[in-house]
Design a protein around this ligand. Structure first.
Ligand code: DAH
Length: 355
């Protein structure tokens, strides 16, 4: 047998063995690489006598083709084996039941804070925040509520030290003070957050939520306050008409001061906002007292404006039909599952589409 036939026999037999892709590639190099056995045979062509050369060349070429075909076939076979084993091992059983998972719910208070922020931001209010632990100056004194003022008693304050210097803020109004002290007018902000008073029954919880509003500029008057609150109530309750009344009241930090009631009726056990002859108090407001402006270095002869404070929990109870305020804070998972919101379920007012 000629040398090249021997080479062919040897390698065709090798290829019949159980090989992996690497070994096949190695065989390829052994034969056709720079010093491969077939490559070397081709190099011999020049030194062979002319009459022999043609026969040798054609034999060498056909053996080369034969081996190359065998190698390609082997590679293809190996690839098919690999694909089949992948298909076998990585098979997805689409008939399996899906894995269950628990999706959390958004608490009604968080939901309502988001809705309120979105509604006010549409008319140019920025959202500010302040700390729950306040000093007595920001919570009372700067807000024109001096030491001996009876309003201090009404607030049932949780003091944090014997000097009564630090406390849990009793309202969100100190954020007005913080905002005005750190900036320059005009101011147009809301400040939602937690507030604390030593009080607990069906409609009072020692921790509750308020949103403060403040708009100070050169010519802001009570008409602007009414317009702003009217817009807010309609947007929030998603109604076109609202009954609203301003009752004279007193707050040390506003002059004049008012409390705002909205009209409602009960129909089939449900509360309907904007109709009927019953009244419900929902917020306190007024024109910011000149003393407050002075305390935060705003000139009351140049600037004026309104402020308001709304109970957020009360709004959430009204809008979503929740009866007991205390249930908000009992962290009962079943309650949250019932009254909570799907994170992806965005109500229309939140999208600003209700107008
Ligand atoms: N801070 C008041 C409270 O907690 C609510 C309030 C009334 C806030 C009138 C205001 C306001 O900004 O102008 O009872």
């Amino acid at each position: 047998m000629s040398d090249i036939k021997k080479i062919k026999e040897e390698f065709i037999n090798k290829l019949k063995q159980d090989l992996d892709l690497n070994s096949v590639n190695q065989i390829k190099t052994d034969l056709f690489g720079k010093n491969g056995k077939i490559s070397n045979e081709f190099k011999k062509l020049g030194s062979i006598a002319v009459e022999e050369r043609k026969k040798f060349a054609s034999e060498l070429n056909s053996i080369k083709d034969e081996i190359q075909t065998a190698i390609s076939k082997k590679i293809q076979d190996l690839e098919i084996i690999e694909i089949n084993s992948k298909l076998q091992n990585e098979k997805i059983d689409v008939t399996l039941p899906e894995r269950s998972f628990n999706q959390g719910k958004i608490h009604p208070v968080s939901q309502v804070i988001d809705e309120i922020s979105s509604i006010f931001s549409e008319i140019g209010f920025n959202v500010e925040e302040g700390p729950d632990v306040e000093n007595e100056y920001n919570n009372f004194t700067a807000l024109n509520t001096p030491d001996n003022h009876p309003a201090r008693d009404m607030h049932d304050t949780f003091y944090l030290d014997n000097n009564k210097e630090y406390l849990l803020r009793t309202h969100t109004s100190p954020v007005q003070v913080r905002t005005m002290l750190k900036g320059k007018p005009p101011f147009k902000i809301i400040a939602p957050g937690r507030t604390y008073r030593s009080d607990s029954d069906q409609t009072h919880s020692p921790m509750f939520h308020q949103v403060e509003g403040l708009h100070i500029d050169k010519n802001i008057n009570m008409g602007h306050l009414k317009g702003c609150l009217n817009y807010f109530i309609k947007e929030f309750f998603e109604v076109n008409k609202i009954k609203m009344r301003f009752r004279p009241s007193h707050f040390p930090f506003t002059e004049p001061s008012a409390e705002v009631d909205i009209g409602y009726k009960i129909k089939d056990g449900k509360i309907i906002i904007g109709e009927g002859d019953k009244w419900l108090e929902i917020l306190g407001c007024g024109m910011v007292h000149p003393n407050v402006l002075k305390n935060v270095k705003v000139d009351p002869s140049k600037y004026q404006g309104y402020a308001f404070g709304i109970g957020i929990d009360r709004l959430a109870m009204l809008k979503y039909g929740i009866n007991d305020l205390r249930s908000f804070f009992e962290t009962d998972y079943r309650w949250l599952n019932h009254f909570g919101f799907d994170p992806l379920d965005v109500p229309s007012s939140y999208r600003g589409l209700s107008r």
